[in-house]
Every structure is written in structure tokens, then in C-alpha cells.
Design a protein around this ligand. Sequence first.
Ligand SMILES: [Zn+2]
Length: 268
Amino acid sequence: MEAGKKSSFRYSWVGLVCLLLLTQMKSAVAQDYSTLDVREKLVVANKILAMEGLVGPFGHVSVRVEGEGKFRISDHRSPNEVTVDHIKEVEIEITPEAVEDQGLYREVFIHSCIYRELPEVKAIVHTHAPYAVALGTLQRSDNNQVFPTTNPGANLGNFIPVFQPVGLISTPEKGMALARTLQGQNGVLLRGHGTVVVGTTLEQAVLRAIYLEFEARTQIRSRSAGEPIPYTSSESDLFKRTVAVEHAWHYYVDKFRQSVKNETLSHK
Ligand SMILES: [Zn+2]
């Protein structure tokens, strides 16, 4: 799309919605998602995670800047409030002192340490998703590993490790311990705290965060009725690479776009 046409499309759509709610996020989501730049995509990712109830006042999502030893993440604010102006470039080697100076999340070491330790990871999501928190609190006799019991849950890998230390991941040492806990899987439960998931794209990481909460919600429900049957490794291998990312992502972008329209209409 030519720049002029793109701009007029953006503003004509925004003109249809409420003037009171004009934000960069809403003009961005009015565009075809594929035409957004990476900062705009990060804004949409933040909003989708909030829409799905996986993050509230806390939680964050980042994407690696290829070849520069950096990643992009919003500054310290609620995901639902993030706009493109809040997206920062952060050094993978960031220190605790720099975190204070730059106004970043104290848990930015979740991101910096995983990017440092696992070069194949291109995007990371940290949530405080409620069912995943509940699942991570349960007594386990299985070496602190949760086995998937659903197709979406198998996107997380052959098992989902449970990181046992409680508290914020607010130091490089804790971040490195968390990175090692992943053990080649795509997500980890943080006991009493939340989740961390990784992906080779931003969209894949966000979908895996959604799928992990689906798995946790299903396990909490099924455990109330009996003992769910875990997937074997060969069964979870069928889903581990996360298929149909584009189709699933389109569903959530469209759901978000509809929610913005509905919200706007309700204010008329
Ligand atoms: Zn947290």
C-alpha cells in the first residue's frame, strides 16, 4: 500500500470511531496487521495479552533485535496502557543499575538472560495468568514437571517445568537460573507467580502464552473430576512446533479489533 493511501486508510477508520478514544494503538490496529512495524506489533501483542486476561497491571512481552545484542520491550507500565512511544530498546547485557535509570520493569532480566542464554529465542512473554499460577502451586511428585494434556498445551513442549524459587526475577542471577529451567521447552511455570513462554516469532510467543493458560485452565477443571491423562512425548511432538500460527493469530487480532469497536460504541 502506498504511504499516502495507508495514512488516509488509517485516519478514515479512526474517524469512524470515537474521537475521545483516539490513540496510536487504535490507529495501528485499524491497519492490516502485516503492515505494522515491530513496535506497533508489540503494542498489539500487549493489548491481546491484556484482552485475554493473561496480564493485568503487571506482565510484559519483548522481541529480539536481530544481530544487535538488544531487545524491544515497553517501559514500566501496565500492558493495556502501552503505546509505541513506550517501546524501548534494551541491551541484553543490561545491569540492575541501568534498569533503574531507564525506568524498566525490575523483571527485565527474564528477557535479557533468556536472550543471552538461548540464541534461538526471538520473543518472550511473561504473564501472571490465573490458572497457570494455580497449576504452578500444586504439590508434585513428577520432578517439577507438568505434562500437557491438550493439543494447545502440547505447544509448550513435552513437559512444562516449574521454576521453584518464589519472588521477582529481579537479578541477572535469577534470570539465568530461569533460562536454564526451560530445558529446551517452550514455557515454564513460576511457582506462585506466573509463566514465561518463548517463541521464534512474537506471534508464536503470544499464542503459546494463551495456550499455556488454556492447558492450565483445563487441568484445574479436569483434576476436579479425576486424573487427566498426560500426553506422551510422541503425542506432544505432534504440536510442539505450534502449527497454524497465522490462522490463530488472525483470530486474536480480529477479536481485539472487534473489542476496540465495541468499547468505542459503548461510549457513544
Ligand atoms: Zn512477574
